[in-house]
Write a protein that binds this ligand. Structure first.
Ligand SMILES: C[S@@+](CC[C@H](N)C(=O)[O-])C[C@H]1O[C@@H](n2cnc3c(N)ncnc32)[C@H](O)[C@@H]1O
Length: 262
């Protein structure tokens, strides 16, 4: 894997160093959802997309498949998920079996930067909480657009700065956030119509970050006992998790956008 891909992969999961990559499946073993809200996605798909037996959805950087599997289960739609972490793909396939949606769920190992060149004609592409792995926001939207049919949809989970003159401190500083206005301009430039925006304010109240962080911290402690020489990187990971949550609570706005290709 290229260095840049590895670095972005680590950062997409809030890891500041690629040294953490082999430990991420262990640290995240108690979580299924890794960023996006399956509930919001299902509601948006139901509301805006015409659904038939032929409908197919592409889930790029699908993590452990929480979004795709829930969509398959609730809406009986074929989903194709790609991720770069083998343990996540294995977990997703296992979970799809457990929930009896394995015939609808197709999870594969792959770099989304390559997948966007081969996967075409989807009714909808999902890109959930994966940061800059496809490039900057404009590059990301252009790559996502290549995978959907005309009139197809993009569901993207992102975070934006509330306003231009925002001088608030961004604690998790590996990712450069755009303002809301800059995103809206980008949608117009890319030929995308904003159908609906769901901000994470309610989600944050609903989602128990605390218990996620506690679970990760407990796993990090286990790893510290096993690899005491790596204490600093595990403690660093716990801190990055806390910083990211603090940003989402105080500084940036987490958002899910439902967009349609014009
Ligand atoms: C924060 S998680 C989000 C997972 C999922 N979309 C969700 O919302 O639950 C980011 C995911 O991006 C994946 N990822 C990062 N770089 C990638 C790449 N180049 N190709 C495929 N997946 C990648 C990571 O393995 C991780 O599962």
């Amino acid at each position: 894997m290229k260095n840049e891909t590895e670095e972005k992969l680590a950062r997409s999961l809030t890891a500041e160093t690629t040294e953490l990559l082999p430990f991420l499946p262990y640290l995240l073993q108690d979580l299924w959802e890794l960023g996006s809200s399956p509930k919001d996605m299902i509601r948006l798909i139901k509301e805006y997309m015409p659904i038939s037996d032929d409908t197919k959805i592409l889930d790029l950087a699908c993590g452990k498949g929480a979004v795709s599997i829930n969509i398959a289960k609730s809406l009986n739609i074929n989903v194709y998920g790609f991720d770069l972490i083998p343990d996540f793909i294995e977990f997703a396939n296992q979970k799809a079996k457990e929930l009896n949606v394995e015939s609808l769920c197709h999870f594969m190992l792959g770099d989304v930067n390559e997948v966007v060149d081969t996967e075409k004609d989807y009714d909808c592409v999902i890109f959930g909480a994966a940061g800059n792995v496809l490039g900057n926001p404009k590059e990301t939207l252009i790559k996502l657009l290549k995978t959907v049919k005309p009139q197809g949809f993009i569901l993207i989970v992102e975070a934006y700065l509330p306003n231009e003159s925002s001088d608030m401190e961004i604690k998790y500083d590996n990712y450069k956030y755009l303002t809301h206005e800059q995103w809206l301009r980008l949608f117009v430039d890319c030929g995308l119509k904003l159908m609906e925006e769901v901000t994470s304010i309610e989600e944050i109240e609903e989602h128990d970050f605390d218990s996620d962080n506690k679970a990760i911290a407990a796993r990090a402690d286990e790893l510290i006992s096993k690899y005491p020489e790596k204490r600093a990187i595990f403690e660093g990971y716990i801190q990055s998790q806390l910083n990211e949550c603090a940003d989402l609570e105080n500084t940036v706005v987490g958002v899910t956008w439902m967009l349609q290709r014009l």
